[in-house]
Design a binder for this molecule. Sequence first.
Ligand code: BJ8
Length: 425
Amino acid sequence: MNDNYRTMWKDLGLDLNAHDMLLEVLGKGYTDIYLSQGGRPAGMGYFDFVMSEVHGLRIKELLDEKAAGRKIVGSYCVFVPEEIVLAANATLVGLCSGAEFATDAVEKLLPRNTCALIKSSFGFKLGKVCPFLECADMIVGENTCDGKKKSYEIFNDLVPQLYVMDLPQMKSSAGKALLKSEYDRFKEEMERLTGVTIDADRLKQSIDLVNAKRKAIHRLSVLRKFNPAPISGLDALLANQVSFYDNPARFTESVNKLCDELENRVKDKTGPFPANTPRILISGCPMAVPNWKLPWLIETSGAVIVGEESCVGERGTRNLVNTNGNTVDELMNAITDRYFEIDCAVFTPNPDRLQHILEMKEAYNADGVIHYGLQFCQPYAIESGRVEKTLQAKNVPVLCVETDYSQADAAQLKTRVEAFIEMLK
Ligand code: BJ8
């Protein structure tokens, strides 16, 4: 690893020993899972490079942006609109963490029965191992599930600039009005942070940039509908994960290049798995880097993942923002309209999500659905019962699993996954 990076990490206040341990875990996971896959498209080389430089070159780019006066904003949820951040001439990076770290220290602040995603976010801060977190000028929390909402009260004592966005819990007109007013408040906060006034032109440009990114991911998703699937679920998940911290324009270009290659694979009927390999739709909690355990178990058990009903997947990227508006308020309304459609399980009731799972099952020609819940995540655990019933009523095979970030249950999970896939055959 480049020595300059070590100086950079030290200057950011990282604990170099702990950070080395994290990089080792990340590197080993990546080598074992990603680099051991066969039949990968050449276009994944870009994403491999991004992963190898995730704490290196990408952090240097962000620090260079900061040196040039640009602000960095970190977020934990797809409800934080990148369009508003970009329009204020700032950069948004995802901070969700997919690995256990500093668990003892975390459990002094949070109950043990807190979901792994929240614990991991705390662990990355307490363990001083996340350069994205350390270079952020502002961190945005959001009132989604109770775990996140209450933990931000404690997180506020750990980070200098936490801004908490309130979010509705019901898809009512009052809920939408709340979301709009919170986005207006966030816009003002971004203007205060950056000193940039967000006008209609700036907002339109940023909407176009984020729409282009989502369109590229939609294009990738459409290609996964073919049989054989031209790309593994692990690789498609990686592209989705990278979208949270890469430069948006470069990311879009790289996904589109990958799609050009995949279109040829579709024509040639080639892919990493043979035709008629059982096809799985994953549905549930988000999977942040390096949480690849379940997808890896699935794709090493004789199935291919063809879609993710998840915030790191279609729930996070579905729908574009309408660009017809001419005023800031019209465009802010369009942004609100798009984000209000996100069918996170924190909403009550949440029938749209059930409908979307059924639609995705059909659209991606999935043979079965694996519902993935993080242990102690109540919204998705409670909703999994409905998901199961809805799918069973349509004779769609479904398996509900609950897990965390440890490897302790990997063998047991693999047995269940293998039995499910066997049944699909
Ligand atoms: S829009 S899914 S990114 S809140 S797994 S912390 S729900 S206890 S992550 Fe999420 Fe936004 Fe919703 Fe998406 Fe709580 Fe569950 Fe933990 Fe979760």
